[in-house]
Design a protein around this ligand. Structure first.
Ligand SMILES: [Zn+2]
Length: 451
């Protein structure tokens, strides 16, 4: 109804206008270039009306095109989208292949067609990383951090950067934010755990390990070993802060988690001797530790567990209470050989030192045999012969880092050279040091096993 009234009013207005124009005739004269156009005002008015109608029609046609099925707009945006997706997948392939230039080119193309999409941002950040363009990578990660749907992805990039730069505090606070966003995500927990280890935050590492390895996984050898090492470090820290008695339960726990872990056995022995004295419990501990972790450091700890013991008493105790736990072990013969040497029982010393050396005695054992010749028989010639042999004999075992080959007298939770966690093994160098190739092969194997 209103529409009809409106059209009616319009017709009336046009008619009135036409009447008014015919009442007020006039000429329009247009001069342009070499042309002169002369016409009446009515014709100009009609032309203006026709022009307006044409524009309106064209506009309606454009709107119709945009909204009808198979719209032109859609065709365009679909094509853009496809081009953008193509650029993203080509870019990802370039990143996997390590082709920095191609990755950057595809990142630019993706940005052109699919600006602001999460995958576009990720590709741009990765391409920047590959080009070692830290500034650009940071900008893209920051942009990802500002969007809820890409914040988590951006965090991962920034955490990896911070770890690479050695900024552990920053890496940890970012990882905590990631944990808040998606609690329980595996890689976040793993990063937090490894950061706690690197920062020597043993209590936190212990908590995170317990959280990650639940159920069956908690009983695996690797987890028990890691827990033993962490608990051992907690015992050391407690000993420093609160004393032996407070630290003993942790040392016992570490030792129980992995009875073959020598440092825990040694610490348990030392603390038990300090706290409990020469008790029946200690004697039981001596037999038990030697069975699972025979080692020269443990022999020393056991020897010192009884204060003021004479060499002959130590030899008797070593023979009667320590050795039976592991009678044929090389370390047992070495312990007994040293004890016999100290209490001047030459025959027994020779017997055990020769057994300890076996077919291929180490330099240290040969030096002990030289000492024996000199002390027992004052035979400088025989002693010299052992010394000469020792100069070409295999080295004595040491704590050797399985990641970088570093050799240490004492065990460390982290390698002082390469900072690897729990990488030290008690062995001789000649048993085959790990060449970089072997290490690389091991890493590749680990990665393919974990994916
Ligand atoms: Zn190392």
């Amino acid at each position: 109804m209103i529409r009809i009234l409106f059209i009616f009013a319009l017709v009336v207005l046009i008619a009135l206008g036409a009447v008014w124009l015919s009442d007020h005739p006039g000429d329009v004269r247009l001069t342009w270039g070499g042309y002169i156009v002369e016409t009446s005002v009515i014709v100009v008015g009609l032309l203006a009306l026709v022009f307006a109608a044409l524009v309106a029609l064209l506009y309606r046609f454009w709107i119709w095109l945009k909204h009808s099925p198979g719209r032109i707009g859609d065709v365009f945006s679909e094509r853009r989208r496809n081009k953008g997706l193509e650029a993203i997948s080509s870019g990802m392939v370039a990143i996997a292949a390590g082709d920095a230039d191609e990755a950057r080119r595809q990142a630019v193309a993706a940005e052109k067609h699919l600006s602001g999409e999460p995958m576009t941002l990720l590709l741009a950040a990765q391409a920047a990383e590959l080009n070692a363009d830290e500034r650009a990578a940071n900008i893209y990660y920051d942009r990802m951090m500002q969007r809820r749907d890409t914040e988590f992805l951006g965090l991962r990039g920034l955490i990896n950067r911070a770890i690479r730069d050695g900024d552990l505090e920053k890496a940890r606070s970012l990882a905590k934010r990631a944990e808040e966003l998606r609690p329980g995500t595996e890689w976040v927990q793993k990063d937090l755990y490894e950061l706690a280890l690197k920062m020597r935050d043993w209590d936190e590492a212990d908590r995170l390990l317990a959280k990650m390895a639940r159920g069956k996984a908690a009983k695996s050898d690797a987890v028990r070993r890691a827990k033993a090492v962490i608990t051992y470090e907690r015992a050391l820290a407690t000993q420093k802060l609160k004393g032996d008695a407070e630290a003993l339960p942790l040392a016992e726990q570490a030792h129980a988690l992995d009875p073959s872990f020598v440092p825990a056995a040694v610490l348990d022995m030392k603390l038990a001797a300090e706290v409990q004295g020469n008790s029946r419990k200690l004697r039981k501990l001596v037999a038990e530790t030697w069975k699972h972790a025979p080692h020269q450091d443990l022999a020393e700890a056991i020897r010192h567990s009884v204060a003021g013991e004479q060499p002959a008493d130590w030899l008797r105790r070593a023979t009667e209470t320590v050795a039976p736990g592991n009678p044929d072990h090389k370390e047992t013969h070495l312990m007994l050989g040293r004890a016999a040497l100290a209490s001047r029982d030459w025959g027994l010393a020779r017997e055990h030192l020769l057994k300890a050396g076996g077919d291929n005695p180490t330099a240290g054992i040969l030096r002990l045999l030289a000492e024996l010749e000199e002390k027992a028989n004052a035979d400088a010639f025989a002693a010299r012969e052992w010394i000469v042999k020792s100069s070409v004999a295999p080295q004595d075992p040491l704590w050797i880092c399985n990641s970088c080959g570093r050799q240490e007298e004492d065990w460390h939770a982290h390698c002082p050279a390469c900072d690897s966690f729990d990488s030290f093994e008690w062995r001789t160098v000649d048993r085959g040091t790990h060449s970089p190739d072997v290490i690389e092969a091991e890493i590749v194997r680990e990665i393919s096993a974990s994916t």
